[in-house]
Design a protein around this ligand. Structure first.
Ligand SMILES: Nc1ncnc2c1ncn2[C@@H]1O[C@H](COP(=O)(O)OP(=O)(O)OP(=O)(O)O)[C@@H](O)[C@H]1O
Ligand SMILES: [Mg+2]
Length: 296
């Protein structure tokens, strides 16, 4: 056994050391493996550390939930009085996050394993630090002061705007809030909050990542297979992170009728104010609009 105190102090100081040396995860194809962070997960650590309100469009199966849970575990094990709440759409997803923690705890050697005052599916309380991590749906979450609120797949949580109003005062006094979601069309709280953040109209800072940064997804074969499986709209939302719905919902398709290709591209440019869109993304949007138009 290494010098326990020294080791615990090192983990407290260095998240990456902690992850590298002690964290195991369950990979869908490879089973239980050491958690080797992808570069965007490393960036997410910095973002979580530095920002107070964060919002991020995730791509499916990018490891956003797992990373956030590991970050919470590190906070709770090595920092005093952290009150962390994960909100998810369903109880099944809440329990799944609790299970991710369970697996990690199970993999620790006994000397490294933290003592838990409470160890339930929905809540873990760490004796040494008096910190806790809870996993709930918004309806089950009870008001209590929080240091960290993570809202997972916010665009899919019914009435999230109402829950946000109730939760905001709980974090406003000093807590942090991180919202990660797949795109789910437009007109919902997630989309509005994201676009307001882009314009600097709220306090949220934006975290950007791209599926091409994921080692398993950055190959043409995966792109082809996934694109076929999801369909164009699914691909654009779930992988590219585009608010595709706006074409069909916000803008009557008539807007696109009779436009030349050039005009259409210009129109799309105006609709999607993210001026940083790459040429290839414009092409994808252009294609999507054509297809949506043809379908209707
Ligand atoms: N750095 C990594 N290396 C290997 N596997 C990883 C890594 N990060 C996450 N995973 C694995 O990838 C899978 C997806 O992770 P996770 O569920 O956290 O992603 P997600 O972005 O929340 O996905 P979803 O879109 O389904 O909510 C999990 O099986 C997880 O263990
Ligand atoms: Mg997830």
């Amino acid at each position: 056994m290494p010098n326990a105190l020294q080791e615990l102090l090192r983990c407290q100081e260095d998240f990456f050391y902690f992850v590298d040396k002690y964290i195991k995860i369950n990979h869908p194809a490879r089973g239980v493996i050491p958690f080797q962070l992808y570069d965007y997960q490393k960036r997410l650590f910095k973002f979580y550390q530095e920002e107070r309100y964060g919002i991020s469009i995730k791509f499916r199966q990018g490891g956003f939930t797992t990373f956030s849970v590991v970050y919470a575990l590190w906070l709770a094990m090595f920092h005093d009085n952290q009150k962390i709440l994960f909100l998810s759409k369903t109880d099944r997803e809440a329990v799944h996050m609790g299970n991710i923690v369970d697996l990690m705890l199970k993999m620790f050697e006994p000397w490294f394993s933290p003592k838990l005052e409470k160890n339930q599916e929905h809540i873990k309380v760490f004796s040494l630090t008096n910190s806790s991590i809870a996993f709930f749906t918004p309806d089950a979450a009870r008001g209590r002061s929080l240091t960290h609120l993570f809202i997972d797949e916010a665009a899919f949580i019914p009435h999230i705007e109402k829950h946000w109003k109730a939760l905001y005062p709980i974090v406003a006094s000093g807590g942090k809030v991180f919202v990660n979601s797949t795109v789910n069309g437009v007109g919902n709280w997630f989309e509005q909050t994201y676009h307001s953040a882009e314009k600097g109209e709220n306090n949220f800072k934006i975290f950007k990542s791209n599926y091409k940064e994921h080692p398993d997804y950055s190959n043409p074969e995966w792109v082809k297979k996934t694109r076929e499986a999801l369909g164009e709209k699914g691909w654009l939302q779930e992988v590219e992170g585009c608010f595709v719905g706006s074409l069909a919902i916000d803008y009557p398709l008539d807007v696109f009728k009779n436009l030349s290709n050039n005009e259409l591209v210009r129109k799309l440019w105006a609709i999607f104010p993210e001026k940083k869109l790459k040429v290839e993304q414009h092409q994808v949007l252009y294609e999507a609009s054509r297809r949506l138009y043809n379908q209707n």
